[in-house]
Design a protein around this ligand. Structure first.
Ligand SMILES: Nc1ncnc2c1ncn2[C@@H]1O[C@H](COP(=O)(O)OP(=O)(O)OP(=O)(O)O)[C@@H](O)[C@H]1O
Ligand SMILES: [Mg+2]
Length: 287
């Protein structure tokens, strides 16, 4: 692995070799990120499997236990965290010290491109270099303060963008990989696992979303049964949880109310509380 060009450097980079302006930005990011105890990137090899839904609900579930939590939505083309957290329409403000994140439920601090878009139908047609600058600002210029957890809702896929985010998050704690139990998604997970290895970042576990649909007392396995569990075993990574399908999620999103708060007794909300417990166990007690 030593000749791997993408490998994340665990040691602080030798900043003396960089031009002063870049050096200042990098130092700022490192200082800002060092105040956050655990930085966790939520990843999926495939789009639309519920990565943003999972990121926002784990953040809320962990914050509901009293931890200080932040979420950074770096999906510039489809930023959906504010909608899922019920804070759409709020704006980001800045003062001399930096950008002030929006306060969500349980005091979760949120930064998303969505807060900067003037209209619902404004497309974000940014090129790579500008996106890279924006990501740097989200990490370095936002006043995150001292946090226990920062969840990063990654853009779909495992390309360049994902790679540069991992390089900027100095010392990330690990990845959470989201999948659904279908064959195509299983392949995508394998891709995510090799991406994690490439970036030399720990995989905290897999979450299987849309595992089943409960109707009366019957469970319907719409996309297949227990594939997440089998795959996690095969890959030697923990299965953090199985999240059922709930048709009320769309309704909550439309109403601008977080599902986790609107339906706290649902199996889906309870699944996130269990997942939060597993994540806290793995990260803080080492398993
Ligand atoms: N367990 C679930 N039950 C019902 N609907 C769900 C569930 N999980 C996610 N959804 C819905 O599926 C859609 C896709 O979810 P989400 O936007 O979180 O996926 P994503 O992986 O972030 O997508 P993208 O790749 O576009 O960023 C959303 O409308 C969301 O509300
Ligand atoms: Mg998303």
């Amino acid at each position: 692995m030593s000749d791997n060009p993408f490998r994340i450097q665990r040691q602080p980079r030798d900043l003396r070799k960089q031009p002063a302006a870049i050096q200042a930005v990098d130092t700022k990011i490192q200082v800002n990120m060092s105040k956050i105890r655990h930085k966790i990137a939520v990843l999926s090899g495939k789009g639309g499997v519920g990565k943003s839904f999972v990121s926002s609900n784990i953040a809320l579930a962990i914050a509901s236990t009293g931890k200080r939590v932040g979420v950074v939505d770096v999906d510039f083309h489809g930023p959906s965290i504010p909608k899922m957290m019920g804070i759409r329409g709020k704006s980001l403000y800045a003062d001399e010290q930096g950008i002030i994140p929006v306060d969500g439920p349980f005091g979760v601090k949120v930064v998303s491109m969505d807060f900067l878009l003037p209209k619902d139908d404004t497309p974000v047609v940014w090129r790579g270099a500008i996106k890279h600058t924006a990501i740097k600002q989200f990490l370095g210029d936002v006043k995150w303060g001292e946090l226990d957890y920062l969840f990063v809702d990654m853009p779909p896929g495992t390309g360049d963008e994902a790679l540069s985010i991992m390089q900027l998050l100095s010392n990330p704690t690990g990845f959470i990989i989201v999948t659904i139990p279908s064959e195509v998604s299983t392949l995508a997970v394998k891709k995510s696992i090799s991406f994690a290895k490439t970036t030399n970042t720990k995989i905290l576990g897999i979450i299987e979303n849309m595992s089943y649909y409960e109707c009366g007392n019957e469970r319907h396995y719409i996309f297949g049964k227990e594939k997440g569990r089998k795959m996690a075993e095969e890959m030697g990574v923990p299965l953090l949880g199985e999240v059922p399908i709930d048709e009320r999620i769309a309704e909550s999103n439309d109403l601008g109310e977080p599902f986790f708060l609107r339906y706290p007794d649902s199996e889906t909300a309870k699944a996130f509380l269990k997942i939060a417990e597993s994540v806290l166990n793995i990260v803080e007690k080492g398993g």
